[in-house]
Write a protein that binds this ligand. Structure first.
Ligand code: 1PR
Length: 538
């Protein structure tokens, strides 16, 4: 060390810190990894992005002697930045699988958010800070939002007042950042908070490069609604990976050649949507159900390249399940997911395999812990696991005609039917299953899903608006965030879904790809309608 462009990173190997690495490199700094406790003591500045569960992190830190070195380093007021769990570990203890003791540098206990008062847990998304005292690294944040994803939080108290530099409100006020001297930590993810987040990292890495300070009014704020750009990706007949888009899941041109519709290159489009202000980007490997994704290295390449320049959350789905390849080598769904995470994904999304797991659970009422959903959420946390539902509307005359949850539809069916249920499908909508979207949503929440991506085959690519009946049904049925998807055709469709349902985010594909409605117009419209949003830095 010694050179001012070097930063020391404490990565104890429990999960994906690729995006933190990418952000540090993007800002022009080199990374030195901590290998021994001495490396901590010798660091010029240290970044500690905590990942995984509190107890296992403490376990590793204690066994390796890093815990003691960290305490010494921090007590000596050396430049430190903890991120997420890297903030929580500084406190006395956590209730996560606990109580478990932390490093004990800051008075207070880390507890779980209370979802009973209508706040969805995990707390996922963009929220605003209330600054409690000067923190320097937050000087560019102003009234902008930053990205959080967590189920546990530390609470401010009289005992830790001298540490807390900002709070955030989500049901109650929790600690969003701490600062004492050269020691900083943030509960949010600066590496996922776009330009504002990069400014936080920049100020920590380069304290002398002070710009002008933005005033922070500390205005009260709610969790922002998210606008997500989705890229359906698959190989075309020439074998190139392209962004495609279907009409009701049919992605082929209706020409003689019947080719796969090609709307652009995945890495380029993702980069463009980030610049345009997308709050998240999702990739769906839509032929993952039949092509093994680890054989599909281009998708991993897409993630690696995208995550070098896109500093908002990335989700990837398609093909997450157990698999045996042609040589008889067995891959668990957890291995597939791990490879996606290592390549830069923040969340993975499971479609078909979650339907099978839910059917099994309804039948047996036994949680085996063996489904991809359960395994991945146990290891990476439920905030990292999205379940993608691909339902198709089925009209019925009488709700008693089916065993599934029906709703009274706003618009009657073709034969005047006043009711419908939403049948789950697998394999990209090709096969209907004996389970409804409502039943599936409730069960996957129980099995460990942290979020639901709610598509609708009937509305997909039609541009006529979201299926409000469906989205209301599901977003009222679960207490995890629901992403509304399928059917956006105009800016008004976004305000409609946020005003009429409890969706936490709205996702669109076609209108962004075809450049009919840019993301910025969607956001301007939503702001005009008074909907809380994350505004990108000017
Ligand atoms: O089953 O775990 O391998 O996951 C497969 C994933 O691929 C699922 O998430 C499934 O939704 C997706 N998928 C499979 N086939 C298709 C297809 O289109 N043929 N795409 C597909 C899903 C829906 C959305 C789309 C929205 C918004 N497409 O991704 O982006 O409907 O579109 P719009 O704004 O243009 O209306 P597994």
């Amino acid at each position: 060390s010694g050179s001012s462009s070097v930063v020391t990173l404490l990565d104890y190997g429990a999960g994906n810190v690729r995006s933190v690495r990418n952000a540090i490199r993007y800002l022009g700094f080199e990374i030195e990894d901590v290998r021994t406790p001495e490396d901590i003591l010798n660091a010029d500045r240290l970044i500690f992005p905590g990942v995984g569960a509190f107890a296992s992190a403490m376990d590793v830190l204690t066994k390796t002697g890093m815990a003691e070195a960290l305490c010494t380093y921090i007590k000596n007021d050396r430049p430190f930045l903890g991120i997420c769990l890297g903030l929580q570990l500084l406190f006395e203890s956590s209730d996560e699988n606990g109580p478990v003791n932390g490093l004990g540098l800051i008075p207070g206990v880390v507890g779980r958010f209370n979802s009973s008062n209508g706040f969805r847990v995990p707390h996922i998304g963009w929220n605003a800070l209330q600054v409690a005292k000067d923190s320097e690294i937050l000087d560019d944040v102003g009234d902008h939002h930053v990205y959080f994803v967590h189920s546990y939080r530390a609470m401010p108290s009289d005992d830790n007042k001298e540490w807390v530099s900002s709070t955030c409100n989500y049901g109650d006020d929790f600690v969003a950042s701490i600062r004492r001297g050269n020691v900083h930590a943030v509960q949010f993810h600066p590496e996922k908070s776009g330009d504002v987040g990069l400014s936080v990292l920049r100020r920590f890495l380069n304290p002398k490069s002070q710009g002008t300070k933005k005033s922070t009014q500390g205005k009260a704020s709610k969790l922002a609604k998210r606008v997500i750009a989705c890229l359906d990706v698959r190989a075309n007949d020439k074998g190139d990976l392209v962004v495609t888009k279907g009409d009701q899941y049919d992605v082929r041109e209706h020409t003689k050649e019947n080719e796969v519709r090609n709307l652009g290159k995945p890495v380029e489009l993702a980069g463009q949507y980030y610049k345009d202000g997308a709050d998240e980007v999702s990739f769906l490997n839509i032929t993952g159900f039949r092509d093994f994704p680890l054989g599909d290295l281009p998708m991993l390449q897409v993630l690696r390249h995208t995550s070098e320049n896109v500093f908002v959350p990335l989700t990837v789905g398609g093909g997450i399940r157990d698999f045996t390849d042609a040589n008889g080598r067995y891959y668990s769904s957890l291995e597939v997911a791990s490879e996606y995470f290592r390549s830069g994904a923040d969340k993975i999304s499971i479609g078909s395999d979650a339907v099978y797991a839910a059917e099994e659970y309804i039948k047996t009422k036994v949680k085996t812990g063996k489904s991809s959903l359960e395994q991945i959420s146990k290891v990476y946390g439920n905030q990292a696991v999205v379940v993608s539902i691909d339902p198709r509307r089925v009209y019925v005359k009488d709700p008693n005609d089916v065993q599934f949850k029906t709703i009274r539809v706003t618009k009657p069916g073709p034969n005047g039917e006043e009711y419908a249920w939403y049948q789950c499908t697998v394999n990209g909508g090709r096969e209907g299953r004996p389970i409804g979207a409502y039943e599936l949503a409730k069960v996957v929440e129980e099995l460990g899903a942290g979020e639901i991506l709610l598509n609708c085959i009937d509305c997909d690519g039609q541009g006529k608006g979201f299926d409000i009946d469906l989205i209301k049904l599901i977003s009222d049925a679960v207490s995890i965030p629901v992403i509304a998807s399928s059917g956006a055709g105009a800016v008004e469709h976004f305000s409609e879904v946020f005003m009429k349902t409890n969706a936490s985010a709205a996702l669109a594909a076609g209108i962004f790809h075809r450049k009919e409605v840019p993301i910025q117009s969607v956001k301007e419209h939503l702001l005009k309608e008074g909907i809380e949003l994350n505004q990108t830095m000017e």
